[in-house]
Ligand binder design. Structure first.
Ligand SMILES: Nc1ncnc2c1ncn2[C@@H]1O[C@H](COP(=O)(O)OP(=O)(O)OP(=O)(O)O)[C@@H](O)[C@H]1O
Ligand SMILES: [Mg+2]
Length: 225
C-alpha cells in the first residue's frame, strides 16, 4: 500500500517581495514498510520536503497524498491532527524539552492526544525501556549523552504509533558509536514493519535502507538501491 505520494510538488519561500523556488516538481511514492534514505547536497530542499510531508509546512504547488488523503485540501486544524496522530518526527538536534524528565518528554505527544495519564505513563516507560533507557526515566535530557538524547527522541516519535517516521539527519550530531546504536534501533523498527524516511549525508547509512532517493536543486535526480 502506498503511504505517501507527492505529485509535482513545489515549494517556494517568500523572501522580501520575491518567491525563491526550492522544490521544483517532486514526484515520489513511499510504500508501507519501506526504509528510504533521502540524500542530496546541502540546500537542495530535503528538510523543506520533510517538513511538508510531516505537515509542518504547506507546499506552494502540486499535491501530497498521505494514505489516500490529499493534504492540500485540509484545514490547518486537520493538518495538525494528522501531525499529532500519524507522524513521528526525529530531528538532528533532538528537540527535547530540557526542563522535563525523559518520561514526560515521551508522554508529551500522548498528552496532546488527551490519553489517560496512567496509560500514557505506562506506554512512555515501555518505549524508553525499548530503546535501552529504562534506567533514565526520571533524568532530564540535559543530563544525557547525544546518543541517549536521540533515543529519547525516537521513543517520543513512537508514542503516537505513527504511520511513518520522518527522520531529518538523526545521526548528524552523533559520534560513530552512537550513530551505530541509533541506526540499529531504526533498522529494528523497520524490521518490525515501521515505514521510515530518513535524510542523511552519509552514504554508509544507506546500507540500512531499502531504497535511496537522491535530490539535487529541488528535484529528484535518482532513485534506486
Ligand atoms: N523559511 C525559509 N525561508 C526562505 N528560504 C528558506 C527557508 N527554509 C529554507 N530555505 C532555503 O531553501 C533551500 C533549501 O533548504 P533546506 O533546509 O530544505 O535544505 P536541505 O537540503 O535540508 O539542506 P541541509 O542538508 O543543509 O540541511 C535553502 O537554500 C534554504 O536557504
Ligand atoms: Mg536539512
Amino acid at each position: 500500500m502506498t503511504l505517501v505520494e507527492t505529485i509535482d510538488l513545489e515549494k517556494g519561500y517568500r523572501v522580501g517581495d520575491m518567491v525563491v523556488p526550492v522544490l521544483k516538481g517532486i514526484d515520489l511514492c513511499i510504500e508501507e514498510g519501506e526504509f528510504v534514505a533521502l540524500m542530496g547536497p546541502s540546500g537542495c530542499g530535503k528538510s523543506s520536503l520533510m517538513n511538508i510531508l510531516g505537515c509542518l509546512d504547506r507546499p506552494t504547488g502540486g499535491s501530497v497524498i498521505l494514505k489516500g488523503e490529499n493534504l492540500c485540501t485540509l484545514s490547518d486544524g486537520e493538518l495538525a491532527r494528522i501531525r499529532r496522530d500519524q507522524i513521528g518526527f526525529i530531528f538532528q538536534s533532538f528537540n527535547l524539552i530540557g526542563r522535563m524528565s525523559n518520561l514526560r518528554n515521551v508522554e508529551l505527544p500522548m498528552i496532546l492526544q488527551e490519553r489517560p495519564p496512567n496509560a500514557r505513563r505506562i506506554r512512555a516507560r515501555e518505549l524508553l525501556e525499548a530503546v535501552g533507557l529504562g534506567h533514565r526515566l526520571e533524568y532530564s535530557p540535559v543530563n544525557l549523552s547525544g546518543g541517549e538524547r536521540q533515543r529519547v527522541a525516537i521513543a517520543r516519535a513512537l508514542a503516537n504509533d505513527p504511520m511513518i517516521i520522518l527522520a531529518d539527519e538523526p545521526t548528524g550530531n552523533l559520534d560513530e558509536k552512537s550513530t551505530c546504536e541509533i541506526m540499529d534501533i531504526m533498522k529494528k523498527l523497520n524490521d518490525d514493519g515501521r515505514t521510515i524516511l530518513m535524510v542523511t549525508h552519509d552514504l554508509e547509512m544507506t546500507r540500512y535502507c531499502s531504497r535511496m532517493i537522491q535530490m539535487r536543486d529541488g528535484r529528484v535526480v535518482q532513485e534506486g538501491i
